[in-house]
Design a protein around this ligand. Structure first.
Ligand code: GDG
Length: 462
């Protein structure tokens, strides 16, 4: 069986990463059973990159190969092009996008350097699986290094419509690099079709059968592979004696007996200010809910060196403070806002304890929180998912209450519907949703992608 080489921007401490969920869990099995290798940045920065070599380690049967970044690489490749240019553009926020020439050069340089380090580790018949927007040109750079093995790329965030993609200076170069992969995977059918539209309408290429698309004189496969979770492990974590105790403590300590829960990295794509405004609107429209419902928002910090992230933090602190000042009482706090990461076990207990999971991103590749919320529920008395139509998850989770996150009134009314929904309807929606979360689980995602890669026409995109 072929070895699997995973490349992602960040390789974290595997034990820690597996505990906190995410990509590490998804890939752990594949990496262990396939004698795999996980390659990427180790999260540190050094002054002099010339002195920094590749570091090989082994955890739990998984080999990692990591490199540090120089401070300049970190600024230009990571904070700059990846998070100031690509992240906002791919999330339809051209107003926040900063395109500096030095960022683009840094992005190219780092991808080239990473490819040089990785190429030396690739053996014949390996399958190379590259992840996310930081590393789009890595495959092309590997090809230039002479790598002929099968290579696939998976984009965790949305692929925007051509109008937005073409705002990126050198967009044709970036798009062309994707054609060096044998398979390009997206979260949703919409994302895949945006990519094909770019190839056909902007690059003058053509869509062929079997999800193949040809442009720039090369052919690749563009297909949706919706990412999922491991619902059984989430359910188990939400139903331990410790979780029971945490739920009881929450109910005891609170005047409100209903909770609306939001869990998102503090990112401007997640629609957090709009979510708080919608909760305020709920209290205005339905004052009978005062003192009966509390909104809990857990938002761990992220990318704090990018200004747009400090702005959103200030806005959110201002909003939660003003709602609490206006509506709160000595015995009731309407909004509880936590700007810290909390342990995964506590998180799943909170999912289970909350009558509503409120997931209202303005754009999101998939959104795993929506799936984790469903997986944590008690089947006899499940909560209700209120989900933005702009989350990739909305393409599949159609029994959620779907909302337009830009419309505070609509979200407020959806919250009211969710909080007053009869048990029978809650169960019906839950049964349909948990079925979907179980079917489109993380193992299926991984296996479907790897199968597509294994059976791709050739190891060398042609
Ligand atoms: C990107 C795409 C796509 C959050 N707070 C805490 C915590 N979390 C966990 C959640 C969930 C994960 O982090 C977040 O995943 P999401 O999918 O919701 O969002 P992104 O971080 O933006 O991820 C996204 C994803 O990649 C996968 O392809 O779905 O669209 O943007 O698992 O539970 N975990 C802990 N404490 C916290 O405070 N332990």
């Amino acid at each position: 069986m072929s070895r699997i080489i995973v490349a992602s921007n960040r390789v974290t401490d595997i034990d820690k990463a597996v505990q906190s969920g995410g990509l590490a869990v998804a890939l752990e099995d594949a990496l262990q059973t396939g004698r795999g290798l996980w390659f990427g940045w180790d999260g540190t920065t050094v002054d002099d990159d010339a002195a920094a070599g590749i570091r090989l380690q082994q955890y739990n049967g998984i080999r990692t190969a990591t490199v540090p970044l120089s401070r300049r690489d970190y600024e230009e490749y990571y904070l700059g092009f990846s998070n100031r240019a690509l992240w906002p553009t791919f999330h339809y926020r051209l107003d926040l996008a900063v395109y500096e020439h030095a960022f683009l050069e840094g992005y190219r340089r780092v991808n080239q350097r990473l490819a040089q380090s990785l190429a030396a580790l690739i053996e014949p018949d390996d399958l190379v699986w590259v992840h996310d927007y930081h590393l789009i040109p890595l495959g092309d750079e590997l090809r230039k290094q002479g790598v002929k093995e099968r290579m696939g790329f998976f984009l965790h965030i949305p692929f925007p419509s051509p109008d937005f993609f073409t705002a990126i200076p050198d967009h044709a170069w970036l798009a062309e690099t994707l054609f060096s992969y044998d398979v390009v995977g997206f979260q949703t059918a919409t994302d895949a079709s945006n990519f094909v539209r770019y190839a056909v309408e902007i690059a003058g290429g053509e869509a062929l059968d079997g999800d193949r698309v040809r442009a720039f004189g090369k052919t690749t496969i563009a297909r949706a592979f919706p990412i999922g979770i491991d619902p059984d492990s989430v359910y188990e974590m939400a139903h331990t004696p410790e979780a029971d105790a945490q739920m009881a403590r929450l109910q005891r300590r609170s005047m409100a007996n209903m909770f609306v829960l939001g869990v998102d990295r503090l990112d401007y794509t997640k629609g957090l200010p709009g979510r708080m405004r919608a909760f305020k609107r709920l209290l205005e429209l339905h004052p009978e809910l005062m003192k009966r419902v509390t909104m809990m928002q857990i938002s761990p910090p992220t990318r704090e060196e990018v200004e747009a992230y400090t702005d959103i933090r200030q806005e959110l602190e201002g909003l939660s403070g003003s709602i609490n000042g206006e509506f709160g009482d000595f015995d009731w706090t309407p909004v509880r806002y936590i700007h810290r990461a909390i342990p995964r076990a506590t998180l799943t207990a909170l999912f289970r304890a909350s009558q509503v999971g409120l997931v209202t991103p303005l754009r999101d590749g998939m959104n795993l929180v929506a799936k984790e919320y469903i997986a944590s529920q008690d089947p006899a008395d499940p909560g209700v998912l209120v989900l933005s139509k702009f989350a990739g998850a909305a393409e599949d989770l159609v029994e959620a209450i779907t909302v337009n996150p830009y419309d505070a009134n609509e979200v407020a009314e959806a919250l009211h519907t969710a909080l007053t929904m009869p048990t029978e309807e809650r169960r019906e929606r839950y049964e349909a949703l948990i079925q979907r979360v179980r079917t489109n689980n993380v193992t299926r995602w991984r296996e479907a992608f790897l199968e597509a890669l294994r059976s791709a026409p050739s190891g060398r995109a042609s």
